[in-house]
Design a binder for this molecule. Structure first.
Ligand SMILES: Nc1ncnc2c1ncn2[C@@H]1O[C@H](COP(=O)(O)OP(=O)(O)O)[C@@H](O)[C@H]1O
Ligand SMILES: [Mg+2]
Length: 258
């Protein structure tokens, strides 16, 4: 970890009309850190993630991002072109539903290769070789490279979406309930894979989940949300083993009863 954060979030709020999605959120994310955002349905997790990744514009507050040259830029004072460039090069976004992050009617290889072309790779042989390598890394058989993701199982689609996001070597990956729609056994395998990749690549990640077991397995630190507010934050082990807030205690004890 370096001596300055990758992301500085200041007093971020998002209103939908008069209803708030998230409110007065502040935290820092450090290079190489995996942060989980947890809370029950409707607590504001997706709203916050979308504000951080510029998919939504917050009503107030700022998000400063450390560029590769070390300078900090406010994400909401960038041009649309600069933001799009960041999304293509520095960031990944893994959707809960793989169909939202993949092109379902082009081949698996092209889904991965397309991202490489978007950052300027032009050599077909190299693109194909890198795509093959990434399919292997996410445990998709090389014999499936020309198949379309609509022919894949949910778990395979999600692994393909992860390959498509990581192939360009992003610095920061956003994930919204990455194991959400999957069977329990498929979830476990995917979590193992994500954990290995994030640690091998030294990625920073922000992972939204309602599942505390996912937070426990993947994250270093976590934010607990309730009604749009972050009500508790800290190291994941501390929050789960010694929750300070009554609401967090309730969340933790209800998961233990499952
Ligand atoms: N597009 C929207 N328009 C109006 N209200 C919304 C919209 N999206 C989310 N909300 C509201 O914002 C709050 C937080 O929602 P969300 O961020 O989706 O929570 P979570 O991801 O934790 O389930 C909820 O009260 C939800 O109903
Ligand atoms: Mg959500």
């Amino acid at each position: 970890m370096t001596d300055s954060p990758l992301l500085k979030v200041n007093d971020l709020s998002k209103f939908y009309g008069t209803r708030h999605g998230c409110r007065n959120v502040a935290f820092e994310l450090w290079p190489g850190e995996v942060l989980a955002i947890v809370g029950e349905s409707g607590s504001g997790k997706t709203t916050l993630l979308n504000c951080l990744s510029t998919r939504l514009t917050p009503t107030t507050g700022s998000v400063e991002y450390q560029m590769r040259d070390g300078s900090f830029r406010d994400l909401y004072h960038m041009s649309e072109a600069e933001r799009r460039f960041l999304m293509r090069t520095d960031w990944g976004f893994v959707h809960q539903n793989p169909a939202d992050g993949l092109r379902m009617t082009v081949s698996a290889g092209a889904n991965v290769g397309e991202r490489l072309m978007a950052v300027g790779n032009r050599h077909y042989g190299n693109i194909r070789a890198t795509a093959t390598d990434w399919l292997t890394r996410v445990e998709i058989g090389v014999d499936r490279i020309d198949d379309q993701p609509r022919a894949f199982s949910g778990g395979m689609r999600q692994r393909l979406q992860i390959a498509r996001n990581l192939v360009t070597g992003p610095r920061l990956v956003f994930m919204d309930e990455p194991t959400g729609g999957l069977d329990v056994s498929v979830q476990a395998r995917l979590l193992d894979l994500v954990r290995g990749l994030v640690s091998d690549l030294g990625l920073s990640a922000i992972i939204v989940t309602h599942d505390l077991a996912v937070a426990r397995l993947l994250s270093h630190r976590m934010l607990v949300m309730k009604d749009g507010h972050v009500i508790e934050q800290g190291l994941t082990d501390r929050v789960l083993d010694d929750p300070h807030e009554p609401y967090t205690q309730l969340l933790v004890s209800s998961i233990l009863q499952v």
